[in-house]
Design a protein around this ligand. Structure first.
Ligand SMILES: C[S@@+](CC[C@H](N)C(=O)[O-])C[C@H]1O[C@@H](n2cnc3c(N)ncnc32)[C@H](O)[C@@H]1O
Length: 439
């Protein structure tokens, strides 16, 4: 029991990682580039965010007018294991006896021009609250995201944005998916293959954000944070204590441009000739226990193979649903996950190549590309394979573009209800795709 308590305390302590403003800004800008109105008229909820600490709250408060937000709500959880030093928020608080946060919520509906110093610092939250349209209230419960009062706020919100407690990621995602909301959250890349998460990714109900996850992310940590003995990265950024977490990534269902950029790949033959990872091989390896070829990295995915391919999960960072379909994952991630590719008689659920286990794999297959069909029929008709060039009157009217000169386009914009599957996609030359924007 004592061990369990210790483990829980350790987990909870690891939940006290605070996201940097810069990382939030970098990620959100990519969604705005794709659709400048993505937040316009929306209610944003940050449900694991003490406004006095959270850069999510600060970011959205600072950008309130620029994004055109209708309302910003942040709620703070009481159960922090870290005694905090924030000012007494409510008159009846005993500051000296305070060992946990007082659960509260802040609701912002109007932000006047922010002071030059931005919103960093307590005094600026007081400044936001000086406007009577903005309120800070004490919560009835402890601010747990699953509680009725926070769930009500979830129902009121349009977009949920936060870095939820690492130890409760599964529950948090399940809570978001109880309703249809947009979300942008941080999690660990290992979550990709959780049996509760992977099906959502496979069905394109959730995907990875824009920031590449193989770089690791720095988070602010409390003063008492103890580094692992092998830690060899920065310990301080901008005068604040930080810890680098490997394999962190953003999970979202908000569309962004990177997702629609097909990977530029080589044929099987060229890969076998040029790739260091495939050196000395005449052909790609086949798994002993899965009906698929082994592809060691996203860069060695052949663009001319039509069967099932096993790829490392880092592929999802580059995944473009118009280019590949996700068939499933190895059975070690969940029963039935490989969609019949597994040879059950092998009794080994991890993928094997010549008897050797390989790392986690997901299985993908080339989408019979709209571009190929489009190009074939355009050539037959003697017109450009960009349908918008084909109806124009200039020299491009009959130009056949290369795939790298084109981008995938939603026929009906995703923000207007268009789905991300082949039926709703066409390829346009880059100029026309850019001009079409989110229309
Ligand atoms: C990883 S930290 C991130 C904090 C903040 N969202 C940020 O990104 O800077 C997770 C936060 O969730 C809070 N938390 C832990 N359990 C919670 C729960 N059940 N409901 C709501 N918040 C919780 C923790 O106290 C912690 O502040």
């Amino acid at each position: 029991m004592a061990n369990k308590n210790l483990a829980n305390a350790k987990k909870a302590k690891n939940d006290e990682f605070y996201t940097r403003f810069e990382d939030i800004n970098k990620e959100v800008q990519a969604y705005l580039e794709y659709d400048p109105d993505v937040f316009r008229g929306k209610i944003v909820l940050c449900p694991c965010d003490d406004p006095y600490e959270s850069n999510f709250f600060k970011f959205f408060a600072l950008m309130f007018n620029k994004l055109g937000l209708k309302k910003l709500i942040a709620t703070c959880f009481a159960g922090s294991p870290i005694a905090n030093t924030q000012l007494s928020l409510f008159d009846d608080e005993q500051v000296e006896n305070k060992t946990t946060r007082v659960p509260h919520k802040i609701e912002i509906t109007e932000v006047e021009e922010p002071p030059e110093s931005g919103l960093q610092g307590l005094e600026n939250i007081e400044w936001l609250l000086a406007n009577r349209k903005n309120v800070l209230t004490r919560l009835e419960g402890d601010g747990d995201f699953r509680s009725d009062e926070i769930t009500k706020l979830r129902d009121e919100a349009d977009i949920i944005v936060t870095n939820p407690p690492f130890s409760q990621f599964r529950d948090f995602v399940a809570w978001i998916f109880e309703v249809q909301k947009q979300f942008l959250i941080i999690g660990n890349m290992n979550a990709i293959t959780y049996k509760e998460i992977f099906p959502l990714i496979k069905e394109n109900k959730m995907w990875l954000g824009v920031t590449e996850f193989n770089k690791g992310m720095y988070f602010y940590v409390p003063d008492g944070f103890v580094y692992s003995p092998t830690y060899k990265f920065e310990r301080e950024i901008d005068g604040q204590k930080v810890n680098r977490v490997a394999g962190c990534c953003w999970f979202t269902n908000i569309d962004h441009g990177r997702r629609h950029k097909p990977l530029e790949l080589m044929t099987m033959e060229k890969n076998l000739k040029r790739s260091r990872e495939l050196k000395g091989k005449d052909s790609y390896d086949k798994y002993d226990n899965y009906d698929a070829i082994e592809v060691p990295s996203f860069i060695t995915i052949p663009d001319d193979y039509d069967g099932a391919m096993g790829v490392p999960i880092t592929f999802l960072d580059k995944y473009c649903p118009e280019q590949f379909e996700i068939l499933g994952a190895t059975e070690s991630e969940g029963k039935g996950f490989s969609k019949g590719l597994w040879d059950e008689t092998s009794k080994v659920s991890q993928a094997l190549v010549n008897g050797q286990k390989v790392y986690k794999r997901i299985f993908i297959k080339k989408v019979e590309h709209k571009n190929e069909k489009q190009t074939k029929s355009a050539k037959a008709d003697g017109v450009s394979n960009c349908p918008l060039c084909a109806i124009g009157n200039d020299a491009n009217k009959s130009k056949i573009w290369l795939i790298k000169e084109m981008d995938a386009d939603h026929v009906t914009a995703w923000s207007k209800g268009g789905v991300t599957d082949v039926s709703n996609c066409q390829m346009l030359c880059k100029v026309h795709n850019r001009a079409k924007g989110n229309k």
